[in-house]
Design a protein around this ligand. Sequence first.
Ligand SMILES: Cc1ncc(COP(=O)(O)O)c(C=O)c1O
Length: 475
Amino acid sequence: MPAPIYEMLIKYRESRPLAFHMPGHILGRGLSEPFKEAGSLDITEIPGADCLHAPLGVIREAQELAANCFGADFSLFLVNGSTAGIHTMIRYAVNPGGKLIIGRDCHISALNALALAHGEPIFVAPKVDREHQIPVGITAEDVEEALKAHPDAQGILVTRPNYYGMAQPLAKLAGLARRYQIPLLVDEAHGAHFKFHHNFPDTAMELGAHLCVQSLHKTLPAFTQTAILHGKKDYVDRRRVELTASMLQTTSPSYLLMASIDQARELMERNGGSLYDGLWENIRSFDAKLVKTTCLERVTTPGKEVEADFSRIVLDFAKTSLSGFQAEELLRGKYGIVAEMADLRHVVLIATPFHIDHDFDRLLTALQEMSRDYGGCQKGREPILWPVDIPERVISLSEALFSEKRQLPVQKSEGAIAADSLIPYPPGIPLVNPGERITADIIQYICLLLSQNCPVHGVDGGKIQIVDTGAMNKI
Ligand SMILES: Cc1ncc(COP(=O)(O)O)c(C=O)c1O
């Protein structure tokens, strides 16, 4: 399989050029030893290297190969992660001041993009699997309600899969988007690998999304920051998407990053099926031993509408005396195993075809010891009831984010306007977002979580950031 950008870089290096061009390290000469090898491929837009902003050569070819591989009509390489793609999708879909129907479990970049566009989020709360306290996505019914209330909405943005690897159904949402003639935008940052094995959920492109973004760096063998924005041409204006992405990306995109996207796609297209067959077998064997030899449960969703990514190992520590945070620390401190993230109950690990049998054995041994030392407990089964109501919006996202702020003890914040999102994990859904009113229920819930040593993102030393309305009035 060709990998045009990668091959061009190798060829250039082999030609032993005398470089009098950017970057200033001159093909690695000025870099420290560990960087030299990578630096020898780090070039700029020299003849033959094409240009990301007006691709006609190797970049165009590589993007076309990617589109073909991922089932899109067109694909754009991103060198600032899915963050850049989310900004592009939102800027593309939402006119200044326009509305976007958006799952409340969206990534921070979606809120930032809306704030910059002076857009208005119309939040839809995701459903939560009450047994495991994990969000499983927004329903088409809830989105339809939101659309009826806001028929002027300019798009729908869904995060699928989420951090826990849960992939919600999309077909009905795609139908709704078509009916309302607005684009369905999917943040598929965590699902770039779905295309490469039949046991993964179908991809957003396959399920009718109009634009979707994938972080290659999260799950595929690619450098950090690499991502792709995919589009379907029947519903979106490709030229305007390209223009928007171009406005948001650097004029000096890293060829290492672009070649890494190219090469990851090539490897997966050529060999992804058998690589993921291997992972599937490893995971099945790991699961069977986990069930037999520990009291830990792996969270999956058999038989439910929501599908689970089999490569995301979500471990529930509810039957141990450990919180997810403590388990993560123990795994790291005692066993040298570093997880992707933890919450009050769970530890989330990302498994890839590049983990070998021995890695799973080592993980299993650690979990067996932890189960033996801390198991036999029955805590945490009862769901904690979080306030599901979305609070009143008092000022716009952009006003709140760009306002003067001050800190306030959370207990004293009733009635204040949040300047930050306050997010407990689980379920990773904001209790309050910037510009929304903080209620007594929210304060009570945060205090309950803090009393259980559950950190709440946005709460620092018992204090939160609120909008300084005094300063606002002065302006
Ligand atoms: C759901 C989701 N979307 C988007 C992003 C942003 O992706 P990137 O880091 O590639 O910019 C993240 C990052 O963690 C994420 O979790």
